[in-house]
Design a protein around this ligand. Structure first.
Ligand code: ADP
Ligand code: MG
Length: 283
């Protein structure tokens, strides 16, 4: 079954004047239909303002559609009785780890979500330790989150969501505020969660290079799905991607330029290792 399915999803923000009268309507999501299979690693790639966050907020019923339908593990997001169940199925991680961490001590912070779900104390310990171990943060369990690096803080946020045992984790630009080392650390953790724990990952990002491990990429532009496919299918359309204001990874650009100059390398190169292999074959 699809863990996430949207059908003709439309979302409009209403602009109001000082008296609260509706002044205009901005369509942020424009007729999006997509399906995500359970266990997949999905990336949603798009420039600023393309509608990524508005879309993400539909996956855990923070927003409900203006038109169309969103199902999370078969539950209609408009069904208020399913709200808790939906939020437990699809956990959310946001951009700024400082806004998400509330505990004074790492383990306390990770316990917060499952505790609020009513998980009994004896199971809580187990869940927190398991989540911290999975994210490689066990040795920090008694530390203050304030002392952690950005990448570590974000891993604590992810552990907090994981401790609620979601089937799916939606991350809205989780690396946008991190340095390159922190970004790598978070992406590595997400790949492990997907491959080892089988959790569906929906990674929202504007960094193309973070999407190369995905099973599938959806490119958003002006509230619509402009492209969808595997990284290899998507990355070969360099000019189109540039048209969506995406920054193309240097290695992809280089390979693209070489190809245009008539050098016989594969149509799509995702990593420097691949490019090196391709060039070696020519010598
Ligand atoms: P992204 O996350 O890709 O940057 P958003 O979903 O935040 O995109 O925004 C999509 C569009 O919706 C943008 O044009 C933005 O200005 C508009 N928008 C976002 N949030 C609001 C809001 N709270 N009120 C009005 N318009 C909004
Ligand atoms: Mg956003």
């Amino acid at each position: 079954m699809d863990i996430i399915k949207t059908e003709n999803l439309i979302y409009e923000y209403k602009r109001r004047d000082e008296e609260g009268n509706i002044e205009g309507i901005d369509r942020a999501i424009d007729n999006v239909s997509l399906e995500v299979k359970e266990g997949d690693f999905i990336s949603i790639l798009g420039a600023n303002g393309s509608g990524k966050s508005t879309f993400a907020k539909h996956l855990n019923a923070i927003l409900v559609p203006t038109e169309g339908t969103v199902w999370v593990d078969g539950m209609d997001s408009k069904d208020e009785e399913k709200l808790l169940s939906i939020r437990q199925t699809a956990g959310m991680v946001f951009q700024n780890p400082d806004n998400q961490i509330i505990g004074q001590v790492v383990e306390e912070d990770v316990a917060f979500g499952p505790e609020n779900m009513g998980i009994p104390t004896e199971q809580l310990r187990e869940r927190v330790d398991e989540a911290l171990k999975t994210l490689g943060m066990m040795e920090y369990s008694k530390k203050s989150p304030n002392r952690l690096s950005g990448g570590q803080k974000q891993r604590v946020s992810i552990a907090g969501v994981l401790a609620m045992h979601p089937k799916c984790i939606v991350l809205d630009e989780p690396t946008a505020m991190l340095d390159p080392a922190g970004r790598k650390e978070v992406i590595r953790a997400l790949r492990a969660l997907n491959e080892v724990e089988g959790i569906t990952i929906i990674l929202i990002t504007h960094y193309m290079e973070e999407t190369i491990y995905s099973d599938k990429i959806f490119v958003m532009n002006k509230g619509k799905i402009a492209m969808e496919g595997t990284p290899r299918e998507i990355f070969k359309h360099v000019e189109e991607l540039e048209g969506y204001k995406l920054e193309i990874p240097k290695i992809t650009l280089l390979a693209h330029e070489l190809k245009k100059k008539g050098i016989d390398i594969p149509e799509c190169v995702l990593s420097d290792k691949e490019l090196a292999e391709a060039l070696k074959k020519l010598i």
